[in-house]
Design a protein around this ligand. Structure first.
Ligand SMILES: [Zn+2]
Length: 370
């Protein structure tokens, strides 16, 4: 991965290239931004650029030809390491040998300069999950790493990172792309059908990585379609049909298989068995969250049609006639209220609310406002 290959994160990449060109290739970085927006890919590109033996300088980038670059692209450069949470948290024993577990990645790697390339790089994928003990154990090395070491920490939001960590890193912000720009990129660079591109961009909330994994999945678009139909039924339901539609949405959410489970990191596999339940529960919550995002997209399409008329620009182009038919069930201000209700339910998913109660309550509230 090189900077030139990173799409949709031009401002962040420009900051990094400038920093490296100015000789600022030491210390610790913190990348913040939503999941799937390109932080991890950019971290690998930065790792490649700083470990490359003959980097290009204008603009700064890895050469892709030297020994360090070739090993990194084949996944066999031992000087670049990725640390992922062990279950829900990133623990101290993942960095330093503890309690007879000789697995600390920093314990023996920190004192010696790299044998391949110019830098030894540690990418800490979810710095927001560092336990306090793990975070405290890193403060000194983050502040003054050896000149041949670079840390790249990633987190969804700087507010979720301990202030002591935050103050020791250079923060680089990553953002979502404008939806229209992302949709165009999917069509032009990745041969996604135009009528699907807008849906994928909206569902990915402007995050390039998420959109690409959706686009490359054979089943995702079908699963999204089932969920979108369940959302349309929910937004049209009345009377006794309301709770049946809520159940329909829950079933459709369970069918969102493309979201997968948490990445089965080696560290996670080594964590306590009780973590398996947590992983399943988290997957269920992610599915329900995505399902509600899809319902919100339908409601926004209906609002656009109710406001502008049949020619309005909408995301679910393939379902235009169906959404047009339901658009006049509500006045525009009632559609706005419905979108608010969906957003509230969406937030409650993240706050661990019971999905059955939450969807039933949403269905009843929506029906009452129709
Ligand atoms: Zn190189």
């Amino acid at each position: 991965m090189t900077f030139a290959q990173i799409a949709g994160q031009e401002p962040a990449v420009a900051v990094l290239r400038r920093t490296l060109a100015d000789g600022g290739n030491s210390g610790s970085f913190l990348f913040t931004g939503p999941q799937g927006c390109g932080k991890t890919a950019t971290a690998w590109a930065l790792a490649a650029a700083v470990s490359c033996l003959e980097p290009k300088t204008d603009p700064y980038d890895a050469c892709t030809e030297c020994d360090a670059c070739k090993r990194l692209s084949r996944g066999v450069n031992p000087e670049v390491s990725l640390v992922q949470p062990a279950g829900d948290q990133t623990q101290i024993w993942q960095f330093w040998d503890r309690d007879g577990k000789p697995r600390g990645i920093l314990q023996h790697a920190l004192p010696y300069s790299p044998s391949i390339g110019r830098k030894r790089v540690f990418i800490v994928e979810r710095a927001d999950t560092l336990t306090e003990g793990a975070a405290n154990s890193l403060l000194k090395v983050l502040e003054e790493p050896p000149h041949y070491v670079m840390f790249i920490l990633l987190a969804p939001h700087s507010g979720r990172v301990l202030p002591t960590i935050l103050s020791r890193c250079r923060v680089v912000r990553f953002g979502a792309m404008p939806l229209a720009g992302l949709a165009t990129m999917l069509v032009d660079r990745h041969s996604v059908a135009p009528e699907r591109a807008a849906t994928l961009a909206a569902l990915a909330q402007g995050c390039v990585g998420t959109a690409l994994s959706l686009a490359s999945s054979k089943t995702a678009y079908g699963e999204i379609g089932v969920c979108t139909d369940a959302g349309m039924a929910l937004l049209s339901a009345s009377g006794l049909g309301v709770l049946r539609c809520a159940e329909g949405l829950r079933q459709a959410a369970k069918g969102l298989k493309f979201l997968g489970d948490e990445p089965p990191a080696a560290a996670a596999a080594a964590a306590a068995p009780a973590e398996a339940d947590n992983t399943k529960e988290r997957a269920g919550r992610r599915q329900m969250g995505a399902a509600l995002d899809l319902v919100a997209v339908v409601a926004r399409d209906a609002l656009a049609l109710a406001l502008v008329g049949p020619g309005a620009s909408i995301v679910n182009e393939e379902r235009r006639s169906g959404i047009l038919a339901m658009a006049d069930r509500r006045q525009p201000n009632e559609w706005i209220a419905a979108i608010d209700q969906i957003a509230i339910a969406r937030r409650r998913v993240d706050m661990n609310a019971n999905p059955a109660i939450l969807t039933d309550a949403l269905a009843v509230t929506l029906a009452a406002s129709a």
